[in-house]
Design a protein around this ligand. Structure first.
Ligand code: KIV
Length: 271
């Protein structure tokens, strides 16, 4: 359910239909009410309340520090805004890797307290037991393979993943296993386009890419990156659709100048 208890237009079933019909899926991250409302208005299919909130909202180097309470807070803010898109919430690091019982408890907390539609979990065979148990409760799960940022300390770098055959084979195996387990979609992050194409062709569930090339079933970008709010992050896969860093800076500077020079407020801006 969404704003005023109305059923939302986008469902996991509809996403499957989109894949079958070859309609591309547009997904974007959002973490707050105001931007989620704009994203909804723009016709996005899926909003991801990503744990990238740890980076873009809180300024952490990695996604590891964000807590389940913080994720629920962001998800609740987004849920107050949306009418149409499906809302997926990232399960934060440490809430599902330890054991599958804890994973179910965490997923249920996220769903009950945020009223979102689904959760996203990073990893394949290593976390399959947790994914299976979450799915058994009726909670839809989106998988996430390739560059999984919660494993950054294992990878040691944010470079492209699965360029070597062994890692590519494991990724394909994991993708097939996630579909078999019952995941409704999978995110593939920062892998060769040919591998993204292969996985999208093998699976009947939607495959959403971020740096996984153009042949997958949909794309996802982090809002702050595509809006150009953060101009010191420029991976090859990122297309900037605005330069809100420079626009915002200009606006803030003008405001400071106007206040200092007693130009704001003027006669018509006071009571
Ligand atoms: O947290 C996030 O924003 C994500 C996307 C990069 C897919 O997981």
């Amino acid at each position: 359910m969404s704003v005023q208890g109305e059923a939302r237009v986008m469902t996991t079933h509809r996403l499957l239909e989109m894949k079958q019909k070859g309609e591309k899926i547009a997904m974007i991250t959002a973490y707050d009410y105001t931007f989620a409302k704009i994203v909804d208005e723009a016709g996005v299919d899926i909003i991801l309340v990503g744990d990238s909130a740890a980076n873009v909202m809180a300024g952490h180097e990695t996604t590891i520090p964000i807590t389940i309470d913080q994720m629920i807070y962001h998800a609740q803010s987004v849920m107050r805004a949306v009418k149409n898109p499906l809302v997926v919430v990232d399960m934060p690091f440490g809430t599902y890797q330890g054991n599958s019982k804890e994973a179910v408890f965490s997923a249920i907390r996220i769903m009950k307290e945020s009223e979102a539609d689904a959760v996203k979990v990073e990893g394949g065979s290593e976390v399959m037991e947790s994914i299976t148990r979450i799915l058994s409760t009726g909670i839809p799960v989106m998988g996430h393979l390739g560059l999984t940022p919660q494993s950054i300390h294992k990878f040691g770098t944010y470079a492209v993943r699965a360029k070597e055959q062994a890692e590519a084979d494991k990724l394909v195996e994991d993708a097939v296993a996630l579909e078999k387990a019952g995941c409704f979609a999978i995110v593939l992050e920062k892998i060769p386009a040919a591998l993204g194409k292969k996985v999208a062709e093998m699976l009947s569930i939607p495959v959403i890419g971020i740096g996984a090339g153009r042949y997958v079933d949909g794309q996802v970008l982090v809002m702050h990156d595509m809006l150009g709010l953060n101009n010191n992050f420029s991976p090859r896969f990122l297309r900037r659709y605005a330069n809100l860093h420079d626009e915002s800076l200009k606006a803030f500077k003008s405001y400071v100048k106007d206040v200092k020079e007693c130009d704001f407020p003027n006669n018509s801006e006071q009571y």
